[in-house]
Design a binder for this molecule. Structure first.
Ligand code: NAP
Ligand code: MG
Length: 460
């Protein structure tokens, strides 16, 4: 545990095995923190709050800049750690799992310096003050990015943090902790408690010394955390699941839309909350889209371009969804529930494409969190919109149109937090977060920073 500026043993002696998903071997162990450890960490954070909140934004900015530099210097170690504990292919681990959080850390270093923490409204001066101690709970699918997307804005805002990372990927969390320590983050401003969700995670959510809980993970756990936080009148930010639509309008570049769409899902083996897992195509071009998807999927070879899933449970769960799709009458046109050829070891799942999928099928409604794409046919634009908006989720999406105007008009009617227009690039400064059951609150950029602030108005 890293508490109050130093590494120390956990209160108990339970440990968690870290398993490499490519080899299924135990590669490390970390301590399983208890409610006692969480209590120590929250106390340390509370003690650090006044000093950190009073540190001028320029000082907080300088420290985050130093953290970014040290992350960049240890780039290869970060990549190797994520490749090991998540099983991410090295190229993807380097470009996305490592590159993105370094960029995000840099963005919050800049924002801490620039953000208007004070504003004038009529005869009032409004101060944007840190919300207090933050309890951060993160998942394994983008293990460092999701930590940085909480820790960087919290520190930029002046909030101390207690982090409970995912049990499957604690090693990169320990590595970041070393970096924060080396950068000189003051004692208690950042604390790490590794452990299990229902033990350490829940203790953090329930702790009265935590002012804001920021959670990323499943909707089931998010719902529970939201209820607990609500009962204590505690701020909560939830970044939950998705079932995002990739809408290909008539007249759009079908080949590009299908190819980019599949890349979006198969990257990270489908373990992306914002993945466009439903491809919507008009009836006229549906068969052509199916052929294009089959051809494109052949390029995604498990063990090469596509890594394993994070653990055996996830593999079991994803294969269960693939079987369910067949039972409900959808047609597998690529992949399937069997193990990929020649890969007896490792939690691999074959990249799978379903055709003849109806919008109400389980595989078109629930988040599968694996390399599985469904192709849904629509009759006209209104039908496409109904299908696109017809799930409980609303995290992301894509629209491909014959021109930007048509695509934008459609995107404006979608109930979702982010939409990429004709292949628009991911923007790490744009607010990220969900409509409907995809969550509460936004991460990244100035909007992400604002989540960690509360206002105080002085009248003159
Ligand atoms: P999860 O259980 O929601 O895990 C997310 C984080 O919450 C982990 O750190 C977890 O700890 C912790 N947690 C679990 N139960 C908790 C509780 N009662 N109180 C406080 N914290 C708790 O997700 P998962 O089991 O890893 O994955 C299951 C499914 O969730 C996936 O198949 C996918 O559909 C979805 N998911 C979505 C995202 C996303 O980015 N939206 C990310 C991951 C998973 P442990 O590590 O010990 O479980
Ligand atoms: Mg879990």
């Amino acid at each position: 545990m890293y508490i109050g500026g130093r590494w120390r043993p956990a209160n108990g002696d339970r440990r968690i095995d870290v398993i490499a998903p490519t080899t299924e071997q135990v590669v490390a162990q970390v301590p399983a923190g208890s409610a006692l450890d969480v209590d120590d960490a929250v106390r340390a954070a509370r003690a650090a709050l006044p000093g950190w909140a009073a540190t001028p934004p320029a000082g907080r900015a300088a420290l985050l800049g130093k953290v970014r530099e040290l992350m960049a210097a240890r780039r290869q170690e970060i990549t190797a750690t994520i490749a090991l504990e998540l099983g991410a292919p090295p190229a993807f681990a380097a470009a996305v799992h490592t590159g993105l959080p370094i960029a995000v850390m840099g963005s919050f270093a800049a924002l801490a310096a620039e953000y208007p923490f004070e504003e004038k409204i009529g005869n009032s001066t409004v101060f944007h003050e840190p919300v207090g101690v933050v309890g951060a709970i993160t998942p394994w699918n983008y293990p460092l990015h999701q930590i940085v997307a909480k820790v960087a804005p919290a520190l930029a805002a002046g909030c101390p943090v207690v982090l409970k990372p995912a049990e499957d990927t604690p090693l990169v969390a320990q590595l970041l902790t070393e970096i924060l320590h080396e950068a000189g983050v003051p004692a208690g401003v950042f604390n790490l408690v590794t452990g299990l969700g229902p033990v350490a995670g829940q203790a953090l959510v329930e702790h009265p010394g935590v002012d804001l809980v920021s959670f990323t993970g499943s909707t089931a756990v998010g719902r529970q955390i939201g209820a607990t936080a609500g009962a204590a009148v505690k701020r909560v930010a939830l970044e939950l699941g998705g079932k995002s639509a990739n809408v290909i309008l008539p007249g759009a570049d079908l080949g590009r839309a299908v190819n980019v769409g599949l890349a979006n899902v198969f990257a990270n083996s489908g373990q992306t909350c914002s993945a466009w897992t439903r491809i919507l195509v008009d009836s006229e071009r549906y068969d052509e889209a199916v052929d294009l998807a089959v051809a494109a999927t052949a390029k995604y070879v498990p063990g090469e371009r596509v890594g394993p899933l994070v653990n055996a449970e996830q593999r079991h769960r994803v294969r269960g969804y693939i079987r369910r799709g067949v039972e409900e009458g959808a047609r597998i046109v690529a992949g399937g529930p069997e193990a990929p050829e020649g890969l007896a070891t490792g939690y691999y799942v074959r990249p799978t494409v379903f055709a003849d999928v109806r919008p109400e099928m389980t595989i078109a409604q629930e988040e599968i969190f694996g390399p599985v794409v469904v192709l849904i046919r629509y009759e006209d634009e209104e039908d496409a919109l109904r299908i696109a908006n017809g799930t409980v989720y609303g995290l992301a999406g894509a629209v491909w149109g014959p021109d930007e105007e048509t695509a934008v008009a459609f995107a404006r009617r979608m109930d979702t937090g982010q939409v990429d227009i004709n292949g628009g690039r991911f923007n790490p400064l744009a607010p990220f977060g969900g409509y409907k059951q995809s969550g509460v609150g936004r991460e990244l950029g100035a909007h992400g920073l604002a989540e960690y602030l509360q206002t105080k108005s002085l009248q003159f």
